[in-house]
Design a protein around this ligand. Structure first.
Ligand code: GCU
Length: 362
C-alpha cells in the first residue's frame, strides 16, 4: 500500500465522519462538512440578510433560439452581483448549469450587449463557455463574475460577502472560496423564480479555483443537483495527502485568502489533516459528481483527482475502474471522470462530456 493511502486508513478512523465512504450516512455527511468548515474552507455566516433578484435586460440571440438576460442580485441591500443567463427560447423548466467566471460576464462573448464591468477584453473566455452547444442541448446557462461576491485578492476580508457579514475573524472564519460558493447558493435560490429553469436541476460547475468552489458548493448545499469539478487540484478534487503538484503550504502562501486560517496548520503537515478531499466528494452523494483532469496539468495532480473520486465511490454505492489514459473517460453511473489531452483549461471537449452526463443523470 502506498504510504499516503495508509494515512487515510489510519488517521481517519473517526466513526462520525465519512472517513470510510462505504459507511456514508446523512449524519456522517453533516459531521464531515463540519470538519471541512472548521479546518479547510471556513464557516458560512448564519446572520439573516435580504435577497432581491431583478431582471435588468433581455435580448434574443441565435435567430431567436436563445433568450439572453442579465439579472441583478442584491444581497443585504448593498452587495450587487450581475448574473448573465442564457435560456433555450420557448422552454419551461430547462435544467441549468451555474458557474462563476474568472474575469467578467463580458468575457463570454465579443458581443457588446453584455455589461462590461472591467478592462478585460470582451469574448476572451468564449472558448470556456460554448453557449451554443449548451443551449442546443436544451440546457440553460447562468454565470456571475466571481469578484461580484468577493474579489480574488488578499485584502483583509473587507469587501464582497465579507463586508456583508462583518465579524471578528478567527481560524474558522470563511475564506474567499467559501464566500464564492455561498454566492452560488444565493443565485441558485433565485433561479426558483425563473420559470424557464428547473431549480431542482441545477448543476454547479467550475474550473480550477472555481472548480474548488463548485465542489465545496455542491458538497455543502444539497440544493445543487450535481457538481462538476474541472481541473480543480489542491483544495479541490486532488488528495492533499499525496503532496503532488501544488501543496497545502504553497496554496496557503500564494492564496492566503482562499481558505480558513486553520488550513495553515497543515502546511507541510498534510498527514495530520483530519479529512482529505475524497471525503468532500463523498459529501456530494447521493447526487452525481463529475471530476475532470487535463493530462498536462501536473500542478493539479490528475492522478490525485482521479484517486479521490475512486476513494469516494463507495459513498455512491459504486466502484471506479482504473484511471483512463489521456483522452479517456471512466464511470457510467453517478460518478464520472475524464482526462482531456492538453493543458489546464476547460473547453468544448470537456463540455460535450458534461452535457452528456447531465442529460443522463438529471
Ligand atoms: C493557480 C493555483 C491553483 C488554481 C489555479 C487557477 O495555479 O495554484 O490552485 O486552481 O491557479 O485557479 O487557475
Amino acid at each position: 500500500m502506498k504510504p499516503w493511502l495508509l494515512l487515510f486508513t489510519t488517521s481517519l478512523m473517526s466513526a462520525e465522519t465519512v472517513s470510510d465512504p462505504a459507511k456514508w450516512s446523512p449524519e456522517a455527511r453533516v459531521k464531515t462538512l463540519e470538519v471541512f468548515q472548521q479546518e479547510v474552507y471556513g464557516i458560512d455566516p448564519s446572520a439573516k440578510f435580504k435577497s432581491e433578484w431583478k431582471l435588468d435586460r433581455e435580448s434574443e440571440i441565435m435567430d431567436g433560439k436563445v433568450q439572453r438576460r442579465e439579472y441583478v442580485l442584491t444581497l443585504g441591500g448593498t452587495l450587487r452581483a450581475r448574473a448573465l443567463a442564457y435560456l433555450p427560447a420557448g422552454k419551461k423548466n430547462a435544467p441549468a448549469f451555474l458557474g462563476l467566471n474568472f474575469r467578467g460576464n463580458h468575457t463570454l462573448e465579443e458581443d457588446g450587449w453584455i455589461t462590461k464591468t472591467n478592462d478585460q477584453e470582451r469574448g476572451k473566455a468564449a472558448s470556456r463557455w460554448p453557449v451554443k452547444m449548451i443551449t442546443d442541448a436544451g440546457f440553460a446557462l447562468v454565470t456571475v463574475h466571481c469578484a461580484d461576491f468577493d474579489p480574488d485578492k488578499d485584502d483583509g476580508f473587507k469587501n464582497g460577502v465579507h463586508a456583508l457579514f462583518p465579524q471578528e475573524r478567527d481560524g474558522t472564519s470563511w475564506g474567499t472560496i467559501a464566500g464564492w460558493a455561498w454566492g452560488l447558493g444565493r443565485v441558485r435560490d433565485q433561479l426558483q423564480t425563473v420559470s424557464e429553469i428547473d431549480a431542482e436541476k441545477v448543476v454547479v460547475i467550475g474550473h480550477s479555483r472555481l472548480g474548488k468552489t463548485a465542489l465545496w458548493a455542491g458538497a455543502s448545499n444539497e440544493k445543487f443537483a450535481m457538481a462538476i469539478s474541472n481541473n480543480s487540484g489542491c483544495g479541490g478534487a486532488a488528495l492533499s495527502k499525496r503532496k503532488h503538484g501544488e501543496t497545502v503550504a504553497r496554496i496557503n502562501k500564494v492564496f492566503p485568502h482562499w481558505f480558513a486560517g486553520n488550513f495553515r496548520k497543515y502546511d507541510d503537515k498534510e498527514e495530520t489533516l483530519p479529512v482529505d478531499q475524497h471525503q468532500l466528494i463523498a459529501c456530494i452523494a447521493p447526487r452525481p459528481v463529475y471530476v475532470a483532469s487535463a493530462s498536462l496539468d501536473d500542478w493539479a495532480d490528475p492522478e490525485g483527482e482521479f484517486l479521490a473520486l475512486k476513494l469516494a465511490a463507495p459513498a455512491f454505492g459504486e466502484t471506479l475502474g482504473e484511471m483512463p489514459k489521456a483522452g479517456g473517460s471512466v464511470g457510467t453511473k453517478k460518478i464520472r471522470y475524464h482526462i482531456r489531452e492538453g493543458q489546464h483549461d476547460i473547453n468544448a471537449w470537456d463540455w460535450e462530456r458534461y452535457l452528456k452526463a447531465a442529460k443522463e443523470l438529471l
